[in-house]
Design a protein around this ligand. Structure first.
Ligand SMILES: *Cc1c(COP(=O)(O)O)cnc(C)c1O
Length: 348
């Protein structure tokens, strides 16, 4: 076989389907911003932009170099969701027609330029970024009564509708908006909000994880990633044999194991527990032993005709990333964004 390598296959068609589904939940007036930070959650910034440009209204991210790469490929709205921190980046943003978030006093210099589209971030209870409602109102009175802007906030637990922090945040957002006398736009919804509170979409939703299919509580959304590698070794082991670093697992019977050419240096978490499901030849099989830098060991005792060179799918639209996160107390956001540079990427 050719030199094997872990592969990431990104299905742009799946991302499109996910976007159209999420849009169908919303009021048709609500604009849809695709969140493309962190290399489109690990899916490939340029390819994703080109693949979805006709069905979204804009893009959101947090790094200047990514915003500029999108600008080369799209004339739609681009929002730098944490604004800029110096004049040099401000000039770049201005030149490339980027919208900017202002989230604290250090960024008020951005408001000096009347041509920039402004999003003001307020803290409604997540307590990360954003002006308090009170300090926002004083910024508003001083700087914003004569211009259009978008009032923005971010939800801490929109994926869990049972948490009353959601209601608290929506109420705080509403309260601030009522105190703004002039016409303004509003944006608070991320993916969880679109699914659990579609009536809080307002003017713009900002959806990331949903478009890539990493939102576990919705069965319509499919993972756009296939992460796989080949089997490079098959071994018979005896009852009592131990496998991998630390001899973490002990064979409880005579077994057959496959060694797959991928590991934590490809982005497959070293912390993965035994019994996490992956698939070989369309059959579910279990991780057996500690994941190493380049290799994963798998129990294939129950599948016949499995051979060296066969693919092992670590996750895909069918064998979902959801299995992995549920078994390992991880989040899909992290799994998607930690796939490393040596993995071969292709698109379909
Ligand atoms: C990342 C991010 C989003 C997208 O959230 P998802 O849960 O991935 O949909 C929206 N808004 C802001 C400010 C973000 O940082």
């Amino acid at each position: 076989m050719r030199e094997p390598s872990a592969e990431l296959i990104v299905d742009i068609g799946v991302i499109r389907k996910n976007i159209l589904y999420l849009k169908s939940l919303l009021n048709p007036e609500t604009k849809f911003m695709a969140i493309l930070k962190a290399n489109a959650y690990g899916h490939g910034l340029k390819e994703v932009t080109l693949g979805i440009d006709d069905i979204v209204d804009g893009y959101g991210l947090v790094r200047m170099h990514e915003a500029l790469e999108i600008r080369e490929n799209s004339s739609k709205k681009i929002l730098l969701m944490q604004g800029v921190y110096n004049n040099q980046d401000f000039d770049l943003a201005n030149k490339n027609d980027l919208d900017l978030v202002v989230h604290n006093d250090d960024q008020l210099f951005i408001l000096d330029n009347p041509n920039i589209n402004i999003w003001i971030k307020i803290n409604t209870g997540m307590n990360r970024l954003g002006f308090s409602p009170k300090s926002f109102l004083s910024v508003y009175k001083k700087n914003l009564t004569k211009r259009q802007f978008t009032l923005m906030s971010h939800l801490a637990c929109s994926d869990n509708p049972l948490d009353d922090l959601n209601k608290k945040q929506f109420n705080a957002f509403d309260e601030v908006s009522k105190n703004v006398q002039t016409n303004h736009h509003k944006s608070i919804g991320n993916t969880g909000c679109i699914i659990n509170y579609p009536n809080q979409g307002f003017d713009w939703v900002r959806s990331g994880i949903g478009i890539y299919g990493g939102y576990s509580a919705d069965n319509e959304l499919q993972s756009a990633m296939t992460f796989r590698s080949k089997i490079i070794e098959i071994k018979d082991i005896k009852k009592g044999d131990r496998v991998g670093y630390n001899g973490r697992v002990i064979a409880s019977k005579d077994m057959k194991i496959a060694i797959v050419y991928a590991g934590y240096a490809d982005g497959f978490p070293q912390s993965t527990f035994d019994k996490t499901k992956v698939s070989i030849n369309n059959k579910e099989v279990n991780i057996f032993g500690q994941v190493s830098m380049d290799l994963i060991s798998i129990d294939i005792s129950d599948i016949s005709n499995c051979k060296i060179g066969d693919w092992c799918t670590l996750w895909s639209s069918k064998d979902s990333i959801k299995n992995h996160i549920a078994n390992n107390n991880l989040i899909s956001y992290e799994l998607m964004t930690r796939i490393t540079d040596r993995v071969k990427v292709s698109f379909k």
